[in-house]
Design a protein around this ligand. Structure first.
Ligand code: FEC
Length: 313
């Protein structure tokens, strides 16, 4: 029998129904329930997105299933079987549930990875800390993949998506070089910069690598989806960037949300509804690159870094 290696695949998590939104939002706010107004506003955003009310759940399920297949295909010559477990940051099954399940299944060696390519102490660092704490209770030996933002297959998958949309701009009469490519990612509180956090640099490195490979010179990076809190968040926000581009008389914009790997609220609402509405007001043509979801190149990126993390330990 092959030796079983657990793989804790961690992702943000989403509610399963509208009546779970309050508990979910309270968890995101570290136990502080949202006001009625905040709750209504979030529910309205979920209700506004197309493609299912909570697409992140089905997308994460599909990614985990595809990853397990890819891992076992890529390691067929090794004497191991990789078994994937989901661990979500803000919804069931939580990160701790995934680790508990591994312990119940007799797993003693595991690798942890987050479905987000860029490391920040406030994002990936938080996932890893929780998994480590639970793993220590059960004596499971873990290795973690912290980031994979320059993996050649990830860069290739993102480049293909940028090129495909630039082709579409040309088909509708735009000049390829005049399309401004906006690489974007989830904003975080500005204080991460004082902490020497690598998040911003890694995002710029991914942006540059994709732009170089796609032959794009007309690009910039912008933030999106900043939290609604009093502390300052990293900017500029995409909505302000669009307004500035309008002043520069840029007419065609392609947004590539390289910080995200699947279709969910922050893409389907913040970009496809909110940013699209602002672009409409500014008389701009805005397109968005397709999400990675279960793209084989993305699955192979994950499989590659997971197998390396297991072999190196
Ligand atoms: O589709 C879905 O149901 C979930 C979409 C979703 C993803 C996501 C990813 C990231 N977040 C990150 C940081 C923060 C910080 C706060 C915060 C708040 C929210 C809220 C919702 C939400 N996030 Fe999220 N995030 C998603 C959804 N996020 C909903 C609460 C309402 C709001 O502010 O819009 C602020 C917490 C606080 O109040 O203290 C910080 C980061 C990522 C990308 C990396 C990752 O996936 O982990 C960073 C997907």
């Amino acid at each position: 029998m092959k030796n079983k290696i657990g793989v804790l695949v961690m992702s943000y998590g989403t509610p399963e129904s509208l009546d779970q939104v309050e508990a979910y939002y309270t968890h995101i706010r570290r136990g502080n329930p949202p006001s009625e107004e905040q709750l209504k506003e979030l529910k309205d955003r979920y209700e506004a997105i197309v493609g299912g009310v909570f697409p992140l759940r089905a997308n994460t399920d599909s990614q985990v299933e595809a990853l397990q297949m890819t891992l076992n295909r890529d390691s067929v010559d090794k004497d191991v079987e990789f078994v994937c477990y989901q661990g979500l940051k803000h919804a069931y099954p939580f990160i701790e549930d995934g680790v508990e399940q591994m312990a119940k299944d007799g797993i003693t060696r595991a690798v942890g990875i987050v479905l987000a390519p860029h490391y920040s102490i406030m994002s990936v660092g938080g996932y890893i800390k929780r998994a480590e704490e639970k793993a220590a209770e059960h004596g499971i030996r873990f290795s973690f993949v912290k980031s994979y933002h320059l993996h050649p297959k990830l860069i290739e998958a993102l480049t293909q998506r940028v090129s495909k949309k630039l082709d579409q701009f040309e088909e509708v009469g735009a000049k390829r070089d005049s399309v401004r490519v906006l690489f974007s990612a989830h904003s975080l509180p500005e204080k991460i910069l004082e902490m020497g956090d690598p998040y911003q640099d890694q995002l710029l490195e991914t942006s540059k690598a994709v732009a170089d490979r796609a032959g794009v010179k007309n690009w910039q990076f912008t933030w999106q989806s900043a939290g609604r809190t009093a502390t300052p968040w990293l900017g500029p926000d995409i909505l302000d960037t669009l307004r500035e581009l309008s002043v520069e008389q840029v007419e065609d914009v392609l947004v590539a949300p390289i910080g995200f790997v699947s279709d969910h609220l922050e893409v389907l609402y913040d970009l496809d509804i909110e940013a699209q509405a602002v672009a409409g007001e500014l008389d701009m043509r805005l397109m968005r690159t397709d999400a990675l979801n279960t793209d084989p190149l993305y699955m192979e990126t994950l499989s590659d870094v997971i197998i390396k993390a297991w072999e190196e330990e």
